[in-house]
Write a protein that binds this ligand. Structure first.
Ligand code: ATP
Length: 227
């Protein structure tokens, strides 16, 4: 295993808005995340944390700089390679669950595994084990609309972890939940991340949750600083 799960070097990103001009969102972001490390990303609204997470997760490309995942330089690779790395090595959790409404909880966790080439029986077993680990196995056959907000987020977490990623990226994963439910979901997330030894970068406005992670970084004026 590489000793760096995620490395961002010199990431810059600007959006050209025509008039009034260019918005420089990221101005040279450097970050090393070791396997097993959980890092909070704290940023005021509009500071660019979604932009940063999308670049780290290969959903967007930087203007300059590089992204390495598990020691592999991926930012300059072809779309095909980036898509495969994203599928196999990166898990995403968003503020809203984005589960597929017409599929059951189990199927939502199975589908990314089938896309990665896993056999159905193996994918089912992995999905059930993950749902069990976060306490929602009894809801495996239910569709997202039949689940509570906290259950939906726990299923979304299972989906993000289904292919055994090296890196988990989360954008306000508990931001849409009441405090008690947020605590349940966050506790599940921390425990699973600790158990699996993957690296996690978790954007949150919640300073109490941020304080329970290994490190806290602030995104301000386009660069990361220690919070
Ligand atoms: N596609 C785009 N085109 C132009 N400007 C954009 C685009 N995406 C983001 N921006 C701008 O870049 C800045 C950072 O946006 P981003 O969504 O990354 O912020 P954020 O920190 O995630 O904010 P929030 O916490 O409110 O979601 C904002 O000023 C936003 O308006």
């Amino acid at each position: 295993m590489s000793d760096v799960a995620l490395r961002l070097s010199g990431i810059t990103k600007a959006y050209n808005l025509g008039t009034p001009g260019v918005v420089e969102v990221l101005r040279g972001v450097d970050l090393n995340l070791a396997p097993g490390e959980i890092v909070a990303l704290v940023a005021p609204s509009g500071a660019g944390k979604s932009t940063l997470l999308h670049i780290a997760g290969l959903l967007d490309t930087p203007d300059a700089g590089s992204v390495e995942i598990s020691g592999e330089a991926v930012s300059a690779q072809s779309d095909r390679v980036r898509t495969a790395v994203r599928r196999d090595s990166v898990g995403f959790v968003y503020q809203f669950h984005h589960l597929l409404p017409e599929f059951s909880a189990l199927e939502n966790v199975v589908l990314p595994q089938l896309a990665a080439g896993k056999a159905r029986r193996e994918a089912d077993a992995q999905a059930l084990a993950l749902l069990d680990a976060v306490g929602v196995a009894h809801r495996a056959g239910h569709r997202p609309a039949e689940l509570s907000g906290g259950e939906q987020q726990r299923v979304a977490l299972c989906r993000a972890l289904a292919n055994g990623p090296a890196v988990l990226l989360a954008d306000e994963p508990t931001g849409n939940l009441d405090p008690e439910t947020a605590e349940t979901v966050f506790a599940s997330l921390l425990r699973l991340v600790r158990e699996t030894g993957l690296a996690a970068l978790i954007a949150t406005h919640n300073l109490e949750l941020a304080g329970r992670m290994d490190r806290q970084l602030r995104l301000d004026q386009g660069v990361l600083t220690v919070a």
